[in-house]
Design a protein around this ligand. Structure first.
Ligand code: GDP
Length: 526
C-alpha cells in the first residue's frame, strides 16, 4: 500500500519549447511555487548565447559542478514533481529527445507572437511517437501576439493534435486584462510581476451578468461573451482521458515572466498529469507497480573537469524500488552492479539517497560502464523499448591527426558516443569513422573534448550526406545492396546497417529500386 502511494504521488515531466519561448522562466516560476527556490533569478538558463565552443564549455563546466540542474524535484499540493531539464540549444536536440523517453508528460511553451516554431514541431513529433500527454502554455500575452483562435488552429494543424482551451485571454499586449478560466469559470486580472494569490480571482459563473460589464469595459465584455460562446460551440468539453492518451492538449494562456497564469497551469498539471505508467520492454510489458526493480539510462553527463573525469548516468526508475548498495543486473554487460552513492535531486541539492520509486530519476556515478538505453533489473533480461536514435543532419569523417594517439582516439570517440554526444557510423571494419550530429557545435565539442580529455587530435572532413536511414530486409537483398552501394552503406555502433543518402532524390530512387528493403528514419536503441 505504501508502495502504491509512493507511485501515485509522483509526476515526472519536462518543459519543452523552441528556444526563447520562455522555458527557463516558466521553470523558475514552477520552482518558486514548489518552494524549491526562494528567489527569482536562481535558475540559470542553460542556453548558449554565442555559438562558440568556449561558451558551451563554460556552461558545461558550470553544469558539471551542479548537475542538480538536470532534474529538479519539488513538492506541490502533496505531489512529488520531478521536472527534467532539457538542453536549450537546438544542436543538442537529441539529448532532449532522449529525456522525453524518461518523462510521463510534458508542458509545451509557445510564444504567442511567434506561434509554432521549427523546434516546437520536432519536439512534438517525438511526443506523438510515444503518445506523451501534453499541456500547452501560450506565453508572453503581455505582448501583441497572434489572435488566440488563429493560434489554436495553428497548434492543431502544425502539431497534429486536438486542442481544448482551458483559459482564455482578454486582449493582449498593453491592453491585456487577464484570463478567464473556462474550467472553473473565474477571472484573474493581470498585473505585471504579481504574486498570484487566490484573492485575485473573481468568480464569474454567469458571463451575461452586468457585473462583467463593470469589471471590463463593454467592448471587452462583449468580446469575451462572444469568444466563450464560440469556444463552447466549437470545442467539446475537456476530455481528460483523451489528454492522457496523448490525443488532446489542454491550452492555457499567460505570461511566465510576470508569473501570470502559471499557478493555474501548475494546479491543473498536478491534478490531471499522469503518474508513472507501465512500460513496454523487449520481452513484456513492465507494470509500474510490480515489486521487482527495473529502470533505464536515458542520459549520461560527463564531468568535464580533467581532474575528476567521472560521469553521472541518469537512471529513470520504471518499476519496483531502487535501493542503495543493492545488487542489480546490468543487462547489456550481463553483470551485477551496485551503487554506494546514488544521488537524488530534491530541492536542487545533490543528496545521497537510500531508495527511489517509479518516476524518480537517480544519478549514478559511472566510470564508463553505461551507455544510453542500458537497462538495470533484478535479474531478468530485457530492454525498455521506445528509446530511438534519430537521423543526424550533418555528417563528417573523423580523421586522426596524430597516429601515435590512435588508441586514445578510438577510446575517446567510443565513450563520447556512448554518452550520446553524437552518433558514430563505421565502414571497412571500423577503419573509416563517420560522425553524425544535429548541429555544428557538436563537432566542435567533440574535437575539443577528444583533445582535452583523451589527448587525441582530430580533424573533420565534411561529407555530402543529408540523412541516415536504418535498413532492414531479406539478408540476400541487404548484401546485394551493400555490394552495389558500398560507399553509402555504413554500420552503427550496434552493428545495424545504415544507408547514408546524399539527397532526398537519391533516397527516393533507392527506395523505389529496392522495394524489399525497408528504410527507417529512426532506430530503436533496443
Ligand atoms: P527559453 O529559451 O525558452 O528558456 O526562454 P527564457 O525563459 O530564457 O525566455 C526568453 C526571453 O523571453 C527572456 O528574455 C524572458 O525574460 C522573456 N520572457 C519570458 N516570459 C515572458 C513573458 O511572459 N513576456 C515577455 N514579454 N517576455 C517573456
Amino acid at each position: 500500500m505504501k508502495y502504491e502511494n509512493e507511485i501515485n504521488k509522483r509526476k515526472s515531466f519536462a518543459i519543452i519549447a523552441h528556444p526563447d519561448a520562455g522555458k527557463t522562466t516558466l521553470t523558475e516560476k514552477f520552482l518558486l511555487f514548489g518552494g524549491a527556490i526562494q528567489t527569482a533569478g536562481a535558475v540559470k538558463s542553460n542556453k548558449i548565447k554565442k555559438h562558440t565552443t568556449s561558451d558551451f564549455m563554460e556552461i558545461e563546466r558550470q553544469r558539471g559542478i551542479s548537475v542538480a540542474t538536470s532534474v529538479m524535484t519539488f513538492e506541490y499540493r502533496d505531489i512529488l514533481v520531478n521536472l527534467l531539464d532539457t538542453p536549450g540549444h537546438k544542436d543538442f536536440a537529441e539529448d532532449t529527445y532522449r529525456t522525453l523517453t524518461a518523462v510521463d508528460s510534458v508542458v509545451l511553451v509557445i510564444d504567442c507572437v511567434k506561434g509554432v516554431e521549427e523546434q516546437t514541431k520536432k519536439l512534438m513529433e517525438v511526443c506523438r511517437m510515444r503518445d506523451t500527454p501534453v499541456i500547452i502554455f501560450v506565453n508572453k500575452l503581455d505582448r501583441d501576439g497572434k489572435n488566440p483562435f488563429d493560434l489554436l488552429d495553428e497548434l492543431e494543424e502544425l502539431l497534429n493534435i486536438r486542442v481544448r482551451p482551458l483559459s482564455w485571454p482578454i486582449n493582449m499586449g498593453k491592453d491585456f486584462k487577464g484570463v478567464f478560466n473556462l474550467y472553473d469559470k473565474s477571472f484573474v486580472s493581470f498585473a505585471a510581476n504579481r504574486k498570484a494569490t487566490d484573492d485575485d480571482i473573481v468568480p464569474l459563473q454567469d458571463l451575461s451578468s452586468p457585473e462583467v460589464d463593470e469589471l471590463f469595459n463593454p467592448t471587452d465584455a462583449k468580446q469575451l461573451r462572444n469568444d466563450v460562446e464560440l469556444i463552447e460551440g466549437v470545442y467539446d468539453q475537456f476530455d481528460k482521458d483523451a489528454y492522457l492518451e496523448g490525443k488532446l492538449a489542454p491550452v492555457f494562456f499567460g505570461s511566465a515572466v510576470n508569473n501570470f497564469g502559471v499557478k493555474d497551469l501548475l494546479d491543473t498539471f498536478v491534478e490531471i498529469a499522469p503518474t508513472p505508467r507501465d512500460r513496454q520492454s523487449t520481452t513484456r510489458e513492465v507494470k509500474v507497480n510490480e515489486p521487482r526493480f527495473s529502470g533505464f539510462i536515458f542520459k549520461i553527463h560527463a564531468n568535464l573537469d580533467p581532474r575528476h573525469r567521472d560521469r553521472i548516468a541518469f537512471l529513470r526508475v520504471c518499476s519496483g524500488k531502487f535501493e542503495r548498495n543493492k545488487y542489480f543486473h546490468h543487462v547489456r554487460l550481463d553483470k551485477d552492479v551496485r551503487f554506494a552513492n546514488p544521488y537524488s535531486f530534491l530541492a536542487r541539492e545533490k543528496n545521497i539517497i537510500d531508495d527511489a520509486y517509479p518516476g524518480d530519476v537517480v544519478g549514478l556515478f559511472d566510470t564508463g560502464n553505461f551507455k544510453i538505453g542500458d537497462t538495470l533489473t533484478e535479474g531478468e533480461n530485457f530492454y525498455f523499448t521506445g528509446i530511438p536514435s534519430f537521423s543526424p543532419e550533418l555528417f563528417k569523417e573523423l580523421v586522426n591527426k596524430d597516429p601515435m594517439k590512435t588508441k586514445q582516439l578510438e577510446k575517446g570517440i567510443n565513450q563520447l558516443t556512448d554518452e550520446g554526444v553524437a552518433q558514430l557510423f563505421t565502414q571497412h571494419n571500423g577503419n573509416r569513422k563517420i560522425i553524425g550530429c544535429v548541429g555544428d557545435l557538436q563537432f566542435e565539442v567533440i574535437q575539443y573534448r577528444l583533445l582535452q580529455e583523451y589527448g587525441a587530435s582530430c580533424q573533420f572532413n565534411t561529407l555530402p550526406f543529408y540523412k541516415a536511414c536504418w535498413i532492414t530486409g531479406p539478408k540476400q537483398k541487404l548484401e546485394e545492396f551493400t555490394r552495389f552501394k558500398g560507399a553509402n552503406v555504413v554500420q552503427d555502433k550496434d552493428g545495424h546497417l545504415v544507408y547514408l543518402a546524399q539527397s532526398e532524390w537519391y533516397l527516393n530512387t533507392e527506395r523505389a529500386n529496392n522495394p524489399e528493403i525497408e528504410f527507417h528514419f529512426t532506430s530503436e536503441i533496443h
